[in-house]
Design a binder for this molecule. Structure first.
Ligand SMILES: [Zn+2]
Length: 302
């Protein structure tokens, strides 16, 4: 008999032990109680490299229960290798169901996007964060950063935004736009485009941000103000839908809009497409442009 044979046969090999999950849940509760405050947590080694969603993964593993349905997507795509790997890992570790449809999911783990669908109060958005410190670009000293957050002294951030505006005519910050949460703490909104910032304001759902490498968790509780930092006479603007998705449904200034990404083609040209692939597919099915039976299943075990 080998050591492996002696181990109790378990259906799911949990990636994170129960006491680690409890510690993460305690950090989450603190984060919800103090919106926007970065709560330190003992980030564990995960079977994915730090920087590849290890923070989001730990958070999702800590909050899911047997009845949860999990969606993991990356850059708006469910089929990406990183998203598919994380989804499979969560499914095997916790025995939960997974989906690509955000309407069916109770926990949605993401990097780079918030689903185009309006999320509900019974859903939790888990965002993978590479750099949780919004002031990193203007201050390197950790003690000084702590003081700035504690005193709500965001003057260096304002100066940096002003310099950007003077130099470039517009605020060039595109992803991870700094926002004031609940009128108190400035947060980095992960690498989501500006397009995804307005849905976080007074949202019905809970947003949890987790950075595995930097060991920080922060939260936007439901119905909390999320204000992008901008000047009174310089309104915050989302990216313009200037292109037409290859689905043909998203038209600039039309009723149906979604965040567009440029996809380079082999001949050097490029086409534009909806970044949220699941949303785009459903729109095409609804418009009768796509036969639902022709959709390739992305829920495969790689
Ligand atoms: Zn589309």
């Amino acid at each position: 008999m080998t050591v492996l044979d002696a181990l109790p046969s378990v259906e799911h090999a949990a990636v994170l032990d129960e006491s680690s999950k409890r510690e993460i849940r305690r950090a989450i509760l603190t984060a919800i109680a103090v919106p926007g405050y970065q709560v330190p947590f003992g980030s564990r080694e995960m079977p994915v490299a730090r920087g590849w969603g290890s923070g989001g993964l730990q958070l999702t593993l800590a909050i899911v229960g047997p009845d949860d349905v999990v969606k993991v997507y990356d850059q708006g795509e469910d089929g990406g290798v990183n998203a598919a790997n994380l989804r499979r890992l969560i499914r095997r570790s916790e025995g939960v169901e997974t989906t690509t449809d955000p309407r069916q999911a109770t926990v949605i783990q993401t990097r780079h996007r918030v689903p185009e669908d309006e999320l509900r109060a019974d859903q939790t958005l888990v965002l993978q964060v590479p750099v949780p410190e919004p002031l990193r670009g203007v201050e390197r000293d950790m003690n000084e950063l702590r003081r700035m957050h504690a005193e709500g002294d965001y003057s260096k951030m304002w100066v940096s935004l002003y310099e950007d505006l003077v130099r470039n005519g517009v605020i060039t910050e595109t992803t991870g736009y700094p926002c004031l949460v609940g009128g108190r703490y400035v947060i980095a909104t992960t690498p989501i485009p500006r397009w995804d910032v307005p849905p976080l304001h007074q949202a019905a759902f809970l947003s949890l941000f987790s950075a595995g490498r930097e060991k920080r968790i922060y939260a936007i509780p439901p119905y909390t103000d999320v204000e992008p930092l901008t000047f009174e006479d310089v309104p915050f603007e989302v990216e313009k839908v200037s292109a037409r998705c290859r689905c043909g449904l998203v038209v600039p200034d039309g009723d149906l809009q979604s965040y567009q990404v440029e996809i380079p083609q082999q001949d050097g040209s490029s086409v534009w497409a909806c970044s949220d692939t699941d949303w785009c597919t459903r729109q095409r099915v609804e418009a009768g442009l796509l036969d639902p039976s022709a959709i390739t299943e992305t829920e495969v075990d790689l």
